[in-house]
Design a protein around this ligand. Structure first.
Ligand code: RNT
Ligand code: ZN
Length: 445
C-alpha cells in the first residue's frame, strides 16, 4: 500500500466535505503548525532528575510502572526526546525542571543553582531550534520539611525555598535570552496537610509573603514569564492545600503573573475547559498543564477524551491561542516512556486540529440568531466529518509518520537503543537478575 498516495486522495475528498460547511482544511493545517506544545521532560525518567539517582519523588506525586529502558542520564533523556520529536508533527518546546541541572563544576544545592547547570540543555535546544520552559523544583529534597516549603513555619526553610524560587526565575530569564524565546517559569509547591488543619490562615499568609519575596525582582518579560500553579490536594495533603485555586487566582491577578491550570488539579469531575475564558477576562495570559486524572491527580497519558476536545475548542474558538502557553503534564512508567510522550502530544495536536476544523463561523452565527437547533445539529454532524485524512495529511506535510506508522519506528528504537541501558542496581533482587542479562530490569511479577 502506498500510504502517501492514499493519503493525498483521502485528503482531497475530506477537503471537499469540510468545504461544504465553509471550513478550509489547508488553513486549519497552517494554523496548527504554528501552535507550540511545551512537552515535559519528566515523562522521560519518571520525574527522577539528575541530582541523586534513586531519590523518591515525593510531594504527593507518584509514578507507577517499571517499563524497561528509562533514561538514566541527560544524554539519554535528550536522545529519547529527539526520537519523540521525530514522531510528533509540529514545532514544540521542552519543559525542564530545576532538578534536571547538570552542574559543570561543584554541585550546587537548589538555593545556589545558576544557569551554568543548564548550559548543555540550552546548547542542545539551540541546535534543535526549540524553546525551553522551566520549573522550580519544590519536591524530592530533604529541605521539604514535614511536607512544607514556602509555607513552612520555619523561617530557614522558607528562606532556602525563596532563594530557590528566585534562582530559577533568573535561570528562566537566561534561558529565554539565550534562545530568543520567552521561557515560562512555573512555580508549584506540594505543601499541604493530611488532616484537618486548625489554622488555615497562617500557612496561606506565609505563602503570600514568600511568593512576594520570590517575585520581588522584576525580570524582562521578553525573556522570562512567571506562572503559578494551584492544586486541590495531593497524596498526604488530602485535607488542605494552602496554594489552592482561589489563592493563586487572586495572587496571579493581583501580581499580573500567569496562572497555570492543570487538568488534574480540581475535583475529579471538574473540567478545566470552562475556566479558560473566565480567567482570561482578568489575566492577559495563562498556561495549561494538559493532563488526565483518573479518580485523582494521577497524571495518566493524555488521550483523546471529551475533556481534551473541550479544552482545545475553548482555546481555538475563543481565539486565545496567543494567550495560552500550552503544556503537557503526565508521567507513566507502565508503557514505553517515549511512546507516552508521542501519544499524549499527538492527541493534544489532534484535539486542536478538530477544533480548528469545526464550522465555528456557522455555529456562532446560529447561536447569535438564537437558532440553537442548528447549533446543536451542526455541532453533532461535525463530529463525524472525515478528520482522519486531514490529520494524516498534516503528519505527511510535517514529515512525521502518519496514522499508526510511528509505532513501528518507536519499536525499532525500543529494540535497538533501550536494551543497551542495563542498570547497575545493587538492590535488584536475585530473582530479577535474569532480566539484566538481556539488558532490562524486568517488572516485578
Ligand atoms: C504537580 C503539578 C506539577 C508537576 C510537575 C512535575 O501536581 O502538576 O506540575 O506535575 O511539576
Ligand atoms: Zn501540573
Amino acid at each position: 500500500m502506498n500510504r502517501s498516495k492514499d493519503c493525498g486522495r483521502a485528503y482531497r475528498l475530506a477537503q471537499e466535505r469540510y468545504a461544504e460547511l465553509g471550513v478550509n482544511t489547508d488553513q486549519a493545517l497552517t494554523k496548527l503548525a504554528r501552535i507550540p506544545l511545551s512537552i515535559h521532560c519528566w515523562q522521560g525518567d519518571d520525574v527522577g532528575g539528575f541530582e541523586n539517582a534513586g531519590q523518591q519523588i515525593g510531594g504527593g506525586l507518584a509514578v507507577t510502572g517499571n517499563y524497561p529502558g528509562k533514561a538514566r542520564t541527560p544524554e539519554e533523556l535528550r536522545s529519547d526526546f529527539e526520537k519523540a520529536l521525530s514522531l510528533i508533527p509540529g514545532k514544540h518546546r521542552f519543559n525542564l525542571h530545576a532538578s534536571y541541572a547538570e552542574p559543570a563544576g561543584r554541585k550546587e544545592d537548589r538555593d545556589g543553582l545558576t544557569v551554568a547547570g543548564f548550559r548543555n540543555w540550552i546548547a542542545w535546544a539551540r541546535a534543535l531550534k526549540i524553546g525551553l520552559d522551566f520549573n522550580q523544583t519544590y519536591f524530592s529534597h530533604p529541605k521539604v520539611v514535614d511536607g512544607f516549603t514556602l509555607t513552612s513555619p520555619d523561617k530557614t526553610v522558607r528562606t532556602f525555598w525563596i532563594e530557590h524560587g528566585i534562582r530559577c526565575r533568573e535561570i528562566g530569564a537566561e534561558i529565554g535570552r539565550a534562545l530568543g524565546s520567552p521561557c515560562l517559569t512555573n512555580l508549584w509547591i506540594p505543601d499541604g496537610m493530611k488532616d484537618t488543619p486548625a489554622d488555615r490562615k497562617r500557612p496561606r499568609e506565609r505563602l503570600l509573603e514568600s511568593l512576594d519575596a520570590v517575585f520581588k525582582k522584576k525580570l524582562d518579560r521578553r525573556y522570562n514569564l512567571d506562572s503559578v500553579e494551584p492544586k486541590l490536594f495531593g497524596i498526604g495533603a488530602e485535607s488542605y492545600t494552602p496554594g489552592s485555586h482561589e489563592f493563586y487566582l487572586g495572587y496571579a491577578i493581583s501580581r499580573q503573573l500567569l496562572l497555570t491550570i492543570d487538568a488534574g488539579h480540581y475535583h475529579p469531575t471538574e473540567g478545566i475547559a470552562d475556566k479558560i475564558s473566565s480567567v482570561l477576562c482578568c489575566l492577559p495570559q495563562i498556561a495549561l498543564h494538559v493532563s488526565r486524572g483518573i479518580r485523582w491527580d494521577s497524571d495518566h497519558v493524555v488521550t483523546l477524551t471529551d475533556e481534551l476536545t473541550a479544552i482545545a475548542q475553548e482555546m481555538v474558538w475563543g481565539d486565545y491561542l496567543d494567550r495560552v502557553r500550552i503544556g503537557l503534564d503526565y508521567f507513566d512508567a507502565s508503557i514505553n516512556r517515549v511512546a507516552a510522550w508521542v501519544i499524549g502530544a499527538r492527541n493534544l495536536s489532534k484535539a486542536l486540529l478538530m477544533a480548528l476544523l469545526a464550522p465555528i463561523d456557522q455555529l456562532k452565527r446560529a447561536e447569535a440568531e438564537g437558532d440553537y437547533t442548528s447549533r446543536l445539529a451542526l455541532m453533532e454532524e461535525a463530529k463525524v466529518l472525515p478528520f482522519g485524512p486531514v490529520w494524516d495529511q498534516y503528519c505527511e506535510t510535517m514529515n512525521v509518520p502518519s496514522a499508526h506508522d510511528w509505532l513501528a519506528e518507536l519499536k525499532t528504537y525500543e529494540r535497538t537503543v533501550l536494551p543497551k541501558r542495563s542498570y547497575t542496581l545493587p538492590h535488584v533482587p536475585r530473582r530479577l537478575r535474569a532480566g539484566r542479562r538481556q539488558g532490562f530490569v524486568r517488572r516485578v511479577p
